[in-house]
Design a protein around this ligand. Structure first.
Ligand code: NAG
Ligand code: NAG
Ligand code: NAG
Ligand code: NAG
Ligand code: NAG
Ligand code: NAG
Ligand code: NAG
Ligand code: NAG
Ligand code: ZN
Length: 478
């Protein structure tokens, strides 16, 4: 009869009304890229890391990530957001000299704000913004530098004293604001800092890694609280690993070279040497066979696989230490127990890589990837056109949920309508979906009853029509 048809129509309408905001805008894929500096891939197994393992279990994990040479912080961070090798993005080290610009760049003195050093490439936040989106960065290296006349839409000026929690809170604020960002970049200094001071083999690194795991726990908690956990694509990675050094493995340049014959642009483990005028041969010869654990290259002889030749900021001679060896000019210079920067083929130089979100597969492990591949993956998720780069989207496409290509909407919200509420073993992961399912169900039932009662009242006591409309209205809008 008429009433039941109307009821069904109302039911379907109500369902659609309440389901619509849940079928998340497909064109609004959100990405949060997080880096814990110097988090070596195997730190995941050094002590219990339940939060990292939680992400792995419900997301993807890449066991071996080949980062770029040199395996230092700034070169690798710029690779993550450009997909380029160091020779192509121009940030060839943490300490550089550009002979054309006649300018220096130095992380030690935070002398990194000269735009010209960064402008051989265009980082992803700028490309994202040029495509009409907005980005937010919490201390990610380079995000407080003006590059091609722009900054990220939102960013925090670098200040290492700002807590992880404050950085997370800012990122969440930007993702949930009226004009939400689609790309967030979050950086934390550890375990790199402690890794340098303690050495990665120190038992004291255990608590340092546990602390990072707790920080990830805080991030997950806050993402869940903001209802972002199941809707944004979270990628957690790092720039490089760390290896143990020792005072017994020091290469002292003063023993082989006359200090007046060269300028040491970058020290260890890849000494960047600028010989003074007319001193090239003398410096090269003196160093070439100086130490069995030091390999010396003329710029044009640097191995092809490092893609570390074609840039003016790469000095005429580089001397690369074997893993665990430390280059000093003289023994009174600073020495650290942990170091990185070595050959990027060495497993200890490799970072970890995990991801979770609607675009990523569930409980999926991949053997290996190149860190240059992250950039095209990010561009795909953000639906922006990638700039020329050295990565390959195809090589990492298998990380993605093939059932959810970027052009189709995120469908999860429809599944609970079919009553596929998961049992308890799905733990917290499903609790958000469960909660929505239950809420949605309850709302539908309430709406159904309201409409049902409305019909009863309507058919039986037409006089109360006005009054009943007032009662029903607030409920329908709840
Ligand atoms: C991707 O971006 C293009 C414009 O560059 C737009 O036409 C298209 O709708 C977007 N696709 C999605 C799924 O957002
Ligand atoms: C390079 O800059 C230094 C000062 O930083 C200056 O003394 C020197 O003359 C400059 N060299 C050239 C070739 O301009
Ligand atoms: C850096 O952050 C700390 C902690 O929030 C704050 O006390 C300090 O004033 C900040 N420094 C600068 C230069 O903003
Ligand atoms: C250092 O050099 C010695 C002698 O060539 C070699 O046996 C050793 O393996 C080297 N150390 C490393 C870490 O490569
Ligand atoms: C070591 O080098 C520093 C500067 O690099 C210099 O001040 C110091 O005198 C040197 N020490 C020795 C023993 O040569
Ligand atoms: C994840 O996958 C592994 C095998 O790859 C399987 O043994 C494990 O039970 C899976 N875990 C979950 C929670 O699905
Ligand atoms: C990494 O890139 C190189 C080419 O630069 C390629 O030969 C190799 O297969 C890539 N590795 C992975 C795991 O995709
Ligand atoms: C890396 O990509 C840049 C930009 O497309 C290109 O100029 C460069 O030749 C590439 N490097 C290699 C080794 O393919
Ligand atoms: Zn470091």
């Amino acid at each position: 009869n008429m009433t039941s048809k109307l009821l069904w129509a109302s039911f379907i309408l109500a369902t659609l009304t309440f389901a619509t905001p849940l079928s998340l805008h497909p064109d609004q894929q959100k990405v949060l890229l997080v880096s814990f500096d110097g988090f070596r891939w195997d730190y995941l197994y050094k002590v219990p890391t339940p939060h990292f393992h939680y992400v792995m279990k419900y997301g993807v994990h890449v066991k071996q990530v080949t980062n770029i040479f040199i395996t230092k912080t700034y070169p690798n961070f710029y690779t993550l957001v450009t997909g380029l090798f160091a020779e192509s993005h121009g940030i060839v080290s943490n300490d550089m000299f550009d002979p054309i610009l006649n300018k220096s760049f130095s992380l030690d003195h935070m002398n990194i704000y000269d735009s010209e050093f960064w402008e051989e490439a265009t980082p992803i936040w700028i490309t994202n913004q040029r495509a009409g989106h907005t980005s937010g960065a919490a201390m990610w290296p380079g995000t407080d530098v003006k590059i091609h006349k722009s900054f990220p839409t939102h960013y925090m000026p670098y200040n290492e004293s700002v807590s992880f929690e404050d950085r997370v809170d800012k990122i969440i604020e930007w993702f949930t604001s009226k004009e939400p960002i689609n790309l967030g970049l979050l950086y934390w200094e550890d375990p790199d800092d402690m890794g340098h001071h303690l050495g990665p083999d120190s038992p004291l690194m255990g608590p340092v890694i546990s602390d990072i795991d707790n920080k990830l726990g805080y991030l997950i908690k806050m993402l869940k609280k903001a209802n972002l956990w199941n809707t944004l694509n979270l990628i957690i990675t790092s720039d490089h690993g760390m290896t143990q050094c020792s005072e017994n493995r020091i290469i002292e340049l003063d023993q082989y070279l006359d200090k007046d014959h060269y300028i040491l642009i970058d020290q260890s483990p890849v000494a960047a040497i600028l010989p003074k005028e007319g001193k090239f041969d003398e410096v090269y010869e003196a160093l070439a066979h100086a130490h069995p654990n030091l390999t010396v290259y003329k710029k044009e002889e640097i191995p092809e696989r490092w893609h570390y030749r074609h840039n003016d900021r790469i000095q005429p001679i580089i001397a690369v230490a074997d893993e665990g060896w430390y280059i000093l000019q003289n023994k009174s210079d600073d020495f650290l127990l942990g170091s990185h920067g070595y050959d990027n083929a060495l497993p200890e130089m490799h970072p970890m890589f995990l991801a979770h979100g609607p675009a990523f597969r569930n409980n999926f492990t991949k053997e290996s990837m190149n860190s240059t591949d992250l950039y095209p993956l990010l561009c795909h998720l953000l639906n922006i056109t990638a700039m020329p780069h050295n990565g390959s989207f195809q090589n990492v496409q298998d990380l993605l949920n093939s059932a959810t290509p970027r052009t189709t909407p995120y469908m999860k919200s429809t599944t609970f309508l079919h009553g596929s509420i998961k049992p308890k073993e799905y733990e917290q992961e499903e609790s958000y979906a469960y909660f929505i399912g239950v809420s949605l169900g309850s709302i539908i039932v309430i709406v159904f009853f309201v409409i049902f009662i409305k019909h009863l009242i309507h058919s039986q006591i037409p006089d109360l029509q006005d009054m009943q409309a007032e009662i029903a209205q607030p409920l329908l809008h709840a």
